[in-house]
Design a protein around this ligand. Structure first.
Ligand code: Z5A
Length: 207
C-alpha cells in the first residue's frame, strides 16, 4: 500500500500523516513515512541544496532535476523494498509536487515533466493520493503562526503559489481515480476521519 499526501505549504500533510500512521499501526500494519525531498542519505543532501535560502540563483531546470534525482534514489533505496515486503509507505509529497511546483508553478513544459517522472520513479505510482486543499490565505495564516524562517522555495511570490494551486486542481481533475481532494481547512480530527472513510471506500485498507 503506497499512499501519498499533497498540497501547498502548511496544508497539514505532516499532521495527517502522523494520525494515519498511528491508526494503521493500531490495526497491526507496519508503516514507513518518507518525506520529499529526502528520506535517504543522498536525498537528504539534495534537500539541503534545494531548500537552502542562499541558493537564490538556482535555475528552474536544476531545480526539477534535483527534486527528481532525490526521488529516484528514494524510490529504489527505500520505497520499493518496503512495499515489496508488504509494508505501508506514506509519502509526504511525491511526483505530483513536481508537476504542481515545477510544471505549473515554474512553467516547465508538462510533457517534459512527465518524461522526467517516468525516469525518476520507473513507474512506481501511489495507490491513492490525498490532496489537502487550502487557500493561499489559509497557508499564509498558518505560516505566520508558526513563525519559522522561510526556505528558498517558500520565498517564491504569491503568483507562483496561485499557479501551484491551479496545478493541483488540474491534477486532481485529470487523475480522479487516484487523487482524492480533501478540504484541508477543517479540524485535523475531521480531516483524519474523512481520510479513513476514503481509504475504506476504495478498499485500500483491505489490500
Ligand atoms: N517541492 C517542490 O517544489 N517540488 C517537489 O517535487 C517537491 C517539493 C517534492 C518542501 O518543503 C518544499 O519543496 C515545498 C514544496 C517543494 N515547498 N515549499 N514552499 P518542506 O518539506 O519543508 O515542507 P512542506 O512539504 O511544504 O510541508 P510543511 O510546510 O511542513 O507543512 P505540512 O506538512 O503540509 O503541514 P503541517 O506541518 O502538518 O502543518 C503546518 C502548520 O499548520 C502547523 O503549525 C500545524 O499545526 C498547522 N495545522 C495542521 N493542520 C491544521 C488544520 N487542520 N487546521 C489548522 N492548522 C493546522
Amino acid at each position: 500500500m503506497f499512499i501519498s499526501f499533497e498540497g501547498i505549504d502548511f496544508c497539514g500533510k505532516t499532521t495527517q500523516i502522523e494520525l494515519l500512521k498511528r491508526y494503521l499501526e493500531n490495526k497491526g500494519r507496519k508503516v514507513y513515512i518518507v518525506r520529499e525531498p529526502g528520506g535517504t542519505v543522498i536525498s537528504e543532501r539534495i534537500r539541503e541544496i534545494l531548500l537552502n535560502k542562499k541558493h537564490l540563483e538556482m535555475c528552474d531546470e536544476t531545480e526539477i532535476f534535483l527534486f527528481s534525482g532525490a526521488r529516484a534514489q528514494l524510490v529504489r533505496e527505500a520505497i520499493r523494498p518496503w512495499l515489496s515486503e508488504g509494508n505501508v509507505v506514506i509519502a509526504d509529497r511525491f511526483f505530483d509536487s513536481t508537476t504542481a511546483y515545477q510544471g505549473y508553478g515554474r512553467g516547465i513544459d508538462l510533457d517534459s515533466v512527465k518524461k522526467i517522472h517516468q525516469i525518476a520513479t520507473g513507474g512506481t505510482v501511489p495507490d491513492i493520493t490525498f490532496y489537502l486543499k487550502i487557500s493561499m490565505a489559509e497557508s499564509i495564516k498558518r505560516q505566520e503562526l508558526r513563525k519559522t524562517d522561510l526556505d528558498r522555495i517558500e520565498r517564491s511570490n504569491d503568483n507562483f503559489y496561485e499557479r501551484v494551486i491551479s496545478g493541483y486542481e488540474q491534477l486532481a481533475l485529470d487523475n480522479n481515480e487516484r487523487i482524492v481532494t480533501i478540504n484541508g481547512s477543517r479540524s485535523p480530527e475531521v480531516i483524519h476521519e474523512e481520510i479513513i472513510e476514503k481509504l475504506n471506500e476504495k478498499m485500500i485498507l483491505s489490500s
